[in-house]
Design a protein around this ligand. Structure first.
Ligand code: OSB
Ligand code: MG
Length: 373
């Protein structure tokens, strides 16, 4: 498959809810969307980097510059027999895995479409629908949180994740647990605590959470291991795991008894599968995370979550929760806590060009030959 041209869109889309986490508030998403072209086909991918580096270090402006001047020039005009071969072409550029993931994921989609196969089959997926939960942001009150949890349990979601931060933790979890004694519950701190806060997590042990996601600093595998030794509830790592290497460090140190994999955070499908396989070998279950994706990133994530060790419900909930109007034509809606895998070639979704135009801030076109070496 020859990569002939690329379109890089910058989009701004209003979210249907205010999403507050320990690192900030989101009311809209600004995102990069990549269309890779070859053999008359188009492959799609979405970036999860943010305007400011509040989750990990990558930024939208940095990724855009890299894509335009380094990553896309490294693949345009070249022929790759497999997505792994394309991965080698961008591998010399260090880090920046969210930016590299866009190129890799768009190529997987293009490649699968050229074979007329749904992506999950090429990845080795074993299910046609994936179990999903929801991630609920910090609310204005405990009462509102309890009400919101109730609504999402009623909608069939198979696990509720509550965002926590210092000062918004034990009280809200206690209230939700009292209202829903048997609900599968988790919390996500997005690195807001330090090891000296360990008593908060020992107290959380009483609420029978499925796991505690990313309690400590994103670079601190050591302290996560020390915290895990002091609590019963499994620790799940999200932003700490950016590669197979960081996953291995965490697994060997017993710093993660669960891993949240986000394909678009770790460099793409090939690396996500390596992490999935490694965790499996350690007996550690994984689940598919989310970053408030449009239908494009969501479809990629759903396909990847069909691999066998994705045994816990993921964050890829219904697209209609997030968007009044998505940028893909196909609805991605969970039924009874199960998200069907979009059938059809590639990721199984197609761009709604009118919706795309409505959200577009900026569009760049790159072709083979027309770019710098
Ligand atoms: O930590 O999992 C996270 C959203 C943006 C950035 C980080 C995270 C999240 C979520 C939302 O939890 C998951 C989703 O609904 O897509
Ligand atoms: Mg998280």
């Amino acid at each position: 498959m020859r990569v002939e041209a690329a379109e890089l869109y910058t989009l701004k889309m209003p979210l249907r809810f205010r999403f507050e986490t320990s690192f900030g508030v989101q009311t809209e998403r600004k995102l990069l969307l990549l269309v890779l072209k070859g053999e008359g086909l188009e492959g799609l991918a979405e970036g999860v980097m943010t305007p400011f580096p509040l989750f990990r270090e990558e930024t939208l402006a940095g990724a855009k510059d890299l894509l335009e001047n380094a990553l896309l020039p490294a693949v345009l005009g070249k022929t790759f027999d497999t997505p792994e071969a394309l991965g080698h072409a961008v591998a010399p550029f260090r880090g920046n895995r969210m930016a590299k993931a866009m190129v890799e994921m768009a190529f997987w989609d293009l490649f699968a479409r050229s074979l007329g196969a749904p992506l999950y089959r090429l990845l080795g997926g074993v299910r046609r629908a994936v179990p999903v939960g929801v991630s609920l942001g910090i609310q204005a009150s405990v009462e509102q949180t309890v009400e919101l949890v109730g609504r999402h349990l009623k909608a069939g979601y198979r696990r509720i994740k509550l965002k926590i931060k210092p000062g918004w933790d034990l009280e809200v979890v206690r209230a939700v647990r009292e209202a829903f004694p048997d609900a599968p519950l988790t919390v996500d701190a997005n690195s807001a605590y330090r090891l000296f806060d360990y008593r908060v997590f020992q107290a959380l042990d009483a609420f029978e959470l499925e796991y505690i996601e990313q309690p400590l600093h994103y670079e601190d595998i050591n302290d996560h291991a020390k915290l895990q030794a002091r609590i019963r509830t499994p620790i799940c790592l999200d932003e700490s795991v950016v590669s197979k290497e960081t996953a291995r460090a965490a697994l060997e140190a017993d710093a993660a008894r669960v891993i949240n994999i986000k394909v678009a955070r770790v460099g793409g499908h090939a690396e996500a599968k390596r992490i999935h396989d490694l965790a499996w070998a350690f007996g550690v279950p994984v689940w598919m995370g989310g970053m408030l994706e449009t239908g494009v990133g969501r479809a990629h994530a759903i396909h990847a979550a069909t691999l066998p060790n994705y045994t816990l419900p993921g964050d890829t909930s219904s697209a209609s929760r997030y968007w009044e109007k998505d940028i893909v034509n196909e609805p991605l809606e969970a039924v009874g806590g199960l998200m069907p895998v979009p059938e059809g070639p590639g990721i199984g979704v197609t761009l709604d060009r009118a919706a795309l135009a409505r959200y577009t801030l900026d569009r760049l076109e790159l072709r083979a030959g027309a770019t710098r070496p």
